[in-house]
Structures are given as C-alpha cells and as structure tokens.
Design a protein around this ligand. Sequence first.
Ligand SMILES: [Zn+2]
Length: 305
Amino acid sequence: MPEPYETLEWLALARGDVDRVAERRRDDAWLREVWADPGTRVLVVERGKTLVRDDGEPRLLLLTPEAAPEGDRYLLGVDDDGVAYFAVAAPLPVVEGARPAGLRHVGAVLEDRDSGLLTHAVALEHWHATHRYCPGCGGPTELAAAGHVRVCPADGSEHFPRVDPAVIMLLRDERDRVLLARAPAWPQDRRSILAGFVEPGESLEQAVAREVREEVGLPVWDVRYLGSQPWPLPRSLMVGFFARTDGDRPLRPDPEEILDAAWYTRDELRTAIEAGEVVPPGPLSIAAQLIMRWYGGPLPRTPEF
Ligand SMILES: [Zn+2]
C-alpha cells in the first residue's frame, strides 16, 4: 500500500504520454510535412466525442490525414516512434465498427496514449468553440499555433486556452472518518467529497479552506496535495487534497451546494455501499481515487473497467 500522502499513481485523465512538441506549433513547414505523411494519425472530435473502435478493448479510431474530414486542426503531439497526432474538429464520419464516445464513457478504459489524446483534443475543441471573439475589441478571432492560440487580426492580441482550476478535498476527522456529501443536482444515493472552483487571488490551500467553510461550516488544517488531473468537462483542472478537520463540530451544510453531509468510518461506508444507500463516484474521477486512498483499496461495487 502507498503511504497516505504519496501522490496518486493512477488518474484516468492524467495518463497522456505523447510529447506535445510545443516548439513545433508555429513551424508551418514542419506542420505541412507531417500532415502530408500517411503515417500521421488524426482523431475527429465533435462536441466532446470521437469515434471509438469496439472490437475488444475500446480504442480510438485514428484516420490518416487524407481520410480526415475538413475542419479546424490541432497538433496534439508526437510519440516515441515519431508518429504525429492531430485532432480535427468536424462532424464525426460514419465508420463501420466504430461508435461515438466521450471521456465519460471511455476515458477510464482507453490505453494511456488514447486517453491523453482525447483529453487534450476535447479540451481544445471546447475552448475554440466558446472563444471565437476577441475580449478586447469584440471582433472574430482566428486559430493559430496549430490550435493552441487564437489571434485577433484587428488588434494582434493573442488568447490562450483557458483552464479553470478546482480543488477537491477529502476531509478526515480525528477518528479517521471521511466526510461525504450530496450536491443538489446529484441522484438520490450519490455521495462524494467536497469540491469547488478556485477564486481569483486565492491559493489552492486557501480555496480548500474557504470551500469547506462555505459548504459545511468547518475549519481545516494539514492540507496535503495528492495529485491533479485535467477535467475538460468542459474546462477544469481538478487538484486533489487530503485535509483534517474537527469531526465533533456540528455540520452546517450550505443548502445551495450541499443537500446533506455525513461522516463515515470505513465499515460504515462499506456497509452503506453494499446496501445501495451510497453510490460512490466512478473511476474516471479524482474523487474516487482519493476515497480509495483513504479506504485502503478498491471500494465494494466499484465498476470493473
Ligand atoms: Zn481584438
């Protein structure tokens, strides 16, 4: 077993292993050359989905540049064998033996390379779709740097992909119980740990303390970083922590954010999950990995990948 504060070793969406070759993004001659190479591989993205092959383990359907549809093109990277990968934002073609799927469906089961490619592509696609206009002058912007920048031709300003950091924290009390809560929008039995967006002018640790105070009225200390993963659903980076608090203080759930919150020992959590009273978060999320670290292994009824 890893030490309690060792960083998380497996996070579904933090497994990308291709070199992003940022230095190539403005190298037009190189970009033309690799796009003309039939060994280059292209994944098509449309509204967060791509085509996945279904024979055996799910794998991305990767096309040659020639077979790829027209659309905005993003350079994703180059692997150890020198293969370049692009995403193209376009309607998904109909291909026999392949089906549309998004990160929520296949992010945890794709192999490392494919999970990373899709995570990167989906994040860029959403950013381009929602940042078509210049925040300075309101004019239309244009894609640049192989999909990693938008430029305003009117005033020359450059705009970079936006990522919203969010903290997610597993709270433990002096009896090593865990606090789980239910957000209003969740199904009846869904429970997870607390989370919230980082505000401007705030550190991650300050965000942890503020969110816990706002959501359940508790003070925190001993805030420890355990890992992070991109969460482009649509544009977050989830930063995971363990934190300590006083479990004897009354919980004061904020009704806007928390329907109910309760402390669980390991035995109580196992019993509640086995009885179907608590449905823990799924394997795609960092929440599940943080809870498993505290629990000491896989939770009962965790879906097999
Ligand atoms: Zn402008």
